[in-house]
Design a protein around this ligand. Structure first.
Ligand SMILES: C[S@@+](CC[C@H](N)C(=O)[O-])C[C@H]1O[C@@H](n2cnc3c(N)ncnc32)[C@H](O)[C@@H]1O
Length: 257
């Protein structure tokens, strides 16, 4: 669904039908997906520019155009990227894209099981590429809203808290502000589509509920903001650039001192 919303080619008739249904009730869905994707690009670029050379993208989807490895390997050719997604179709597509890339891997995995992800990184091929004792960026873009509120911290903390100084965590998240701008009814309809089509329960959170997941990491300026307000780039086609107050997602990037 997400790939279709972004105008990608890695989707099936069932994905397209579900995404069309979502677009009927929430016409802004494609705008939200694009705005999130552009935030991903700016956040990852900022981290690569700070010298981070290892990235773990949790709930990555399919790494097509403009994805993490393209951005960070433009800064440093040997930057490492691990893509993790629960969708086996996304991982097959990812492995095709990454076939000639010696520093990137895509694995089928569940980000709600950080213990298994950390364990996988210490074994076999992955252990020859990744080292969690080196500064690492954890990327949770548009994924934590799919986790029950009571579980989020226990999912994020085990990986986040074991990372060394110089590491980072980036989060984008659908926010409670969506209710103010789009109304309770639209939000409820959108949640119902996700329930029916993706068997996913979406939870909107306030900034105060999202902030604790950065742990003791220090937020880079401008903090946790609406996505188009996070270090906007002139000329970027963010659909919300002229009306950031309508953007329903928040994002931020934290660094461990
Ligand atoms: C909205 S997309 C976000 C993709 C990408 N992070 C981005 O922001 O462009 C959500 C992705 O999370 C994946 N996902 C959902 N639950 C997951 C889980 N428990 N573990 C790993 N991936 C998951 C889905 O398969 C999907 O690819």
């Amino acid at each position: 669904m997400y790939d279709y919303l972004l105008g990608g080619k890695h989707n099936f008739p069932a994905d397209r039908a579900a995404a069309q249904q979502l677009l009927q009730v929430v016409p802004e869905s494609a705008d939200i997906a694009l705005s999130n994707r552009l935030f991903l690009g700016r956040a990852v670029q900022a981290l690569a520019d700070r010298g981070i050379r290892q990235f773990i993208d949790l709930g990555s989807g399919i790494p097509t155009q403009g994805n993490v490895h393209e951005i960070v390997q433009r800064v440093h050719r040997a930057s490492r990227v691990l893509y993790v997604d629960i969708d086996p179709v996304a991982i097959v597509a990812a492995n095709e894209i990454l076939a000639d890339n010696p520093y990137c891997r895509a694995i089928e995995g569940d980000f709600t099981r950080p213990d298994l992800i950390a364990d996988a990184l210490t074994r076999g091929d992955l252990a020859t590429i990744f080292d969690l004792d080196q500064p690492t960026a954890l990327l949770y873009f548009a994924v934590l809203q799919q986790v029950r509120p009571s579980q989020v911290e226990s999912i994020v903390a085990p990986l986040r808290d074991r990372l060394p100084a110089g590491s980072a965590i980036a989060i984008s998240h659908i926010s409670q502000v969506a209710v103010d701008t789009h109304g309770e009814d639209s939000v409820e309809i959108a949640k119902n589509v996700f329930r029916a089509q993706a068997d996913t329960e979406i939870t909107l959170r306030s900034p105060e509920e999202i902030l604790p997941h950065f742990g003791d990491f220090t937020l880079l300026e401008p903090g946790l903001t609406r996505l188009p307000d996070w270090r906007p780039r002139r000329g970027e086609p963010d659909p919300y650039v002229n009306a950031p107050e309508r953007s329903p997602m928040l994002g931020g990037v934290g660094i461990r001192a």
